[in-house]
Structures are given as structure tokens and as C-alpha cells.
Write a protein that binds this ligand. Structure first.
Ligand code: PRE
Length: 113
């Protein structure tokens, strides 16, 4: 993380720089956020590699790109996990729907047969 990012954001409305201890804590928190964002990107990349293989399998065997029954199971499971993890289940649902819609778009672009 850039030191400047923390410094820029850590000013009060009058433009006075924040307490150095606040800046230090902000920097520590942002460093961990950056690590988690990197992990999310890597996890998503691995997920898309697997769904790409699913897409090829489906296209090869004339299976439909979307499977609403599977999605309903995933949704129910993820909502439960979100509640346990104290994450807003509505957010988890929207995120899953967003990811799956992108996967289906990829599936549909694979030549069939
Ligand atoms: O499991 C499948 O059949 C997939 O194509 C993968 C996936 C997903 O991204 O998890 C995507 C589309 C389907 O509607 C269900 C699930």
C-alpha cells in the first residue's frame, strides 16, 4: 500500500493531517485489506478456470449453459454461510448472482457440439 494513500485520506475536513497513530492504524488496516483483495482475485481466477472446464464439458455434451436447480442450492448454501460469517446474506446473494451471470455468459460463448 502506498503511504500517500493513507496520508491523503487522513485529513479532517479543514485539511489538517490526522494523528500519526491514526495514520499508522489506517495503513495497517489498508495493508490487510489489500492482501484480502489479492486473495479474492486469485480465488475468483481459480473459480473461473473451473467453470471454464464446466462450460467446455456442457458445450461438448449438449447440456444447457445454466442450471437453475444447482443455482438454487448454491444460493441457499451461501446465504447460510453468510449469516454464520456475519456477512449480509443479501449481499452474498447479489455477488453470487453477478458471478454466475458472468459464468453463463462465458458458457454461451463456447462453440457447441
Ligand atoms: O455448475 C454448473 O453447472 C455451472 O455451470 C457453474 C455455475 C457456477 O458458476 O457455479 C454456473 C452456471 C450454472 O447455472 C450453475 C453453476
Amino acid at each position: 500500500m502506498s503511504e500517500d494513500t493513507a496520508v491523503d485520506a487522513a485529513r479532517d475536513p479543514a485539511g489538517t493531517p490526522a494523528d500519526p497513530e491514526v495514520l499508522r492504524e489506517l495503513g495497517v488496516l489498508r495493508h490487510s485489506i489489500d492482501n484480502l483483495d489479492a486473495a479474492l482475485i486469485h480465488l475468483l481466477a481459480e473459480r473461473f478456470k473451473l467453470t471454464q472446464r464446466v462450460g467446455v464439458l456442457k458445450a461438448t455434451h449438449a447440456l444447457p449453459p445454466a442450471d437453475p436447480a444447482r443455482e438454487a442450492e448454491q444460493l441457499e448454501r451461501l446465504r447460510g454461510l453468510a449469516v454464520t460469517a456475519q456477512l449480509d446474506p443479501a449481499f452474498a446473494e447479489k455477488l453470487l448472482a453477478f458471478i454466475i451471470s458472468e459464468v453463463i455468459r462465458h458458457h454461451e460463448s463456447i462453440p457447441r457440439g
